[in-house]
Design a protein around this ligand. Structure first.
Ligand code: GLV
Ligand code: MN
Ligand code: MN
Length: 421
């Protein structure tokens, strides 16, 4: 193996990778250098076609599964050997940036191209994957593609989930797959076939540590747990000028009580816990009417399973007890326990980075990723590169071309090494 990986590392092109990222960033560009490319939209399809064009021009074999997860395969020399899988997602947040997700896909393509240009054959195939709907911005929750691939949930679990326009995930997926009917279909992950040998995902850090400590590569050891809930509060609409406060069932006022009570539940002097109310919908949403309905989301994360379970399980009770005149229902729609990666891939990432003279930090991921659902499927790992100010899920999200190329060189070496095991 020594002797082949260095050639692949040298074949990684910083300029080509950056150019591809900027071509992708044009699909859904929004002011401030951001991107809004929601999953299963025409923009998402254009991004997939662009990727397919690059991949098939290289000679990679495309395929798509029942969730729309898109694959490009670099063949190995040993028939039947389990592939090494790499990739990430191509959808973005509505007010997203140019690197979250898409860099892991472009980095995987660049690393495979580098292997091929260096004339390296690997024993195992290397497959690139672009997972469907990691962000959960259009259809909640995120990670639908990887959850279904890993058999964590049945493929039809989210068919009835609707977007803001009332379009359902199931129907949009059906339309999407019809538009991709020219791409060979494959079975759905480990539900229909064998597991990959390993999964490696490259991603920007989305936090401040690597930049603050002046380090090149994050060796990710695991991902904290996440739970998503939707709270629906029902009251009564009344005239804002005539109805005495004592007679109201004001859903906004009870929402404020619920959020205050949740802030108390989620208080954490160590500042490890993450609690976010990120979306609030009010009905009828007009200045001079009392609101009869409020719907708000909760994103709750913690690295400790017990905290995640204890406080998460208390949410429904705390919300219900906070109601004075209204009623509330709480629905959980995403539940990912903290995941610890098998040491195999982190060790390979660390060794590759060190061999290239790069500085590393072993660290957990605060963001969730498709890698979380691959943990029970095969040895899994991630590598992070720094991003400016730790900013992500925002148009100003930025990593330098050289930082991204360094990450891709590590990825190329890791893929070459794992694919020859
Ligand atoms: C992923 O986008 C997350 O919210 O962690
Ligand atoms: Mn991401
Ligand atoms: Mn994201």
């Amino acid at each position: 193996m020594d002797g082949v990986a260095p050639n692949a590392v040298a074949a990684v092109s910083e300029a080509r990778q950056w150019d591809r990222l900027m071509q992708m960033a044009a699909l859904g560009a929004i002011p401030g250098d951001g991107v809004n490319r929601a999953c299963l939209t025409d923009l998402d399809r254009q991004a997939r076609r662009l990727l397919l064009g690059w991949g098939t021009a290289l000679g990679l074999a495309p395929s798509v599964d029942a969730l729309g997860n898109l694959f490009l395969r670099h063949e190995g020399t040993e028939a039947g050997a389990a592939p090494v899988l790499t990739g990430s997602h191509m959808d973005t947040q509505p007010n997203g940036g140019r690197f979250d997700g898409i860099w892991g896909v472009i980095a995987g393509l660049e690393a495979i191209q580098a292997l091929r240009e260096a004339g390296i054959s690997t024993r195992r195939p290397v497959e690139l994957v672009a997972w469907t709907n990691e962000e959960g911005g259009r259809f909640a929750p995120g990670c639908m593609g990887s959850m279904a691939y890993a058999g964590f949930k049945p493929a039809d679990t989210w068919d009835g989930v609707t977007d803001n326009e009332g379009l359902s995930f199931g129907e949009e997926l059906r339309k999407h797959l019809a538009l991709e009917a020219d791409i060979p279909r494959r079975g759905l992950g480990v539900v229909d076939g064998p597991a990959p040998f390993a999964y490696v995902e490259a991603h920007i850090e989305q936090g401040p540590r690597l930049e603050a400590e002046g380090l090149d590569i994050g060796v990710v050891e695991g991902i904290q747990g996440s739970r998503w809930f939707v709270v629906e509060i029902a009251g009564k609409t009344d005239h804002a000028g005539t109805t005495p406060l004592s007679l109201r069932k004001d859903a906004v006022q009870d929402m404020l009580r619920a959020v205050s009570a949740l802030n108390a539940l989620m208080a954490d002097p160590t500042d490890v816990l993450r609690f976010t109310v990120g979306r609030i919908e009010v009905h009828p949403n007009t200045s001079n009417s009392v609101a009869d309905r409020v719907r708000f989301t909760i994103d709750f994360r913690h690295p400790d399973k017990d905290v995640l379970l204890t406080r998460g399980d208390a949410i429904a009770r705390v919300v219900t007890e906070a109601m004075t005149t209204c009623t509330a229902t709480v629905t959980e729609r995403f539940h990912a326990l903290p995941a610890t990666f098998d040491p195999m891939v982190p060790a390979a990432v660390e060794a590759a980075a060190k061999a290239q003279g790069l500085s590393t930090l072993r660290m957990p991921s605060g963001a969730f990723h498709d890698a979380q659902f691959m943990v029970p499927v095969c040895p899994t790992g991630m590598l992070f590169v720094p991003c400016r100010g730790g900013v992500s899920h925002h148009p100003s999200e930025y990593s330098e071309p050289g930082q991204l190329a360094a990450g891709t060189r590590v990825l190329a070496a890791v893929l070459a090494e794992l694919a020859n095991r």
